[in-house]
Design a binder for this molecule. Sequence first.
Ligand code: 4AD
Ligand code: MG
Length: 454
Amino acid sequence: MRIKIKKILKSDESIVGKKVKVCGWIKTIREQKSFAFIEINDGSSLANLQAIIESSNDDFRKVLEISIGASVCLDGETVKSPGKNQKFELKIDKITIIGLSTEDYPLQKKRHSFEYLRTISHLRCRTNMGGAVTRVRNSLVYHSHKFFQDRDFLYIQTPIITASDTEGAGELFRVTTLDDLKKDPKEDFFKKATFLTVSGQLNAEAFACSMSDVYVFSPTFRAENSHTSRHLAEFWMLEPEIAFADLKDDINLASDYIKYMAKVALDENEDDLAFFDKFIEKGLIDRLKHVVDSPFEVITYTEAIKILEKSDQKFEFKVKWGSDLQSEHERYLTEKHFNKPTVVIDYPKDLKAFYMKDNEDGKTVAAMDILVPKIGEIVGGSQREDNFDLLKQKIQNKNLDLETYKWYLDLRKYGSVPHAGFGVGFERLIQFVTGIENIRDVIPFYRAAGAADF
Ligand code: 4AD
Ligand code: MG
């Protein structure tokens, strides 16, 4: 019966002498006179399985046919490895060639640049880097569900096609069947203009105001023409929404979640993190342990501005109360000033979306962004305006169409409750736990301005 390579490598001594079958792709072949070494990987672990075949074996001739990238199944016996790189190896009885590869296989045995690998997204998961990212991503998805399910949150599926611009930033992809966009949207498929969603939040609020605690985990889309290392046009967002809750509850939940994710990566992906620590960011493991162990800093936007004004760092963008924090400002605060995740709260209301609750000062809203070293903003959230009249006024102040938000206002009409929520950019979270600098390298197939291959 087939067994995954990880099972063999992580096994105890009882595996020695067992007959097993492994299937995977060839990473290296070393041929000698009397035997050959084959390294094979099936995606289950960073480490390859080393397999040996004696020249006296009938299948030895097959070693000449196969090359790097070919798929094979190997039947054999697990033995103790005399080498120091692995505990066990496979003594091959039989080789079954499944699919041959060719000489122009694009992943020869050397380290390839991230730029090159982006041109072969369909094969990049075959590299150590691509495999490690894929496994970490999988753990974080699985344990995100576990984190919320263990706390009795319900998982809600919100629509991808929507008529509302949740964030009001105008970064929408239009969805249409019209052949001419100058035509009246009333002639369009939905009899109105529709878009790909930028966030599932508004729909999630409807469920929070009935089911209490919910979360959405979904692709989101933003037509931002930014070519930065932290923006994608299609990315995954995880959005919890909690009822009978204020900004403090929101911050606590978000901080617990980020810490939990750092711990999951450390516990579940030890080998992959050791690999990132060695090749991507020296000290990554210590950095994540520090995230798990120490409380996040919480400061107001106004305090943040004061810190930035006092700093002797030269910023490209001017620091001024009322202007948005740029990535360089965010990074200064979290990397240089505090050197840990930093929660900035109470932003000026003009900088934030219409749904955020006004603070008593009349100038700021109950918003919170979590900033982390190397990336900047990783979480954006707020307490929501739960007063009908105030929310209606805010919709009108931002020149949004009242008709579109009528259903959303209903939530404040029938048993309104204080509620709050946040969105985590899932790819930014993966960057955070792997140390990988460019967001394009942590999603299986990236979509960004000017790039939607594969
Ligand atoms: O701060 P944002 O825009 O907040 C919202 O959309 C809220 N509706 C969330 C909520 O309260 N439920 O986006 C949330 C997070 C950001 O902090 C960032 O991590 C990520 O989504 N994000 C992006 N990630 C990759 N590429 C982009 N273009 C992103 N835009 C935002
Ligand atoms: Mg934001």
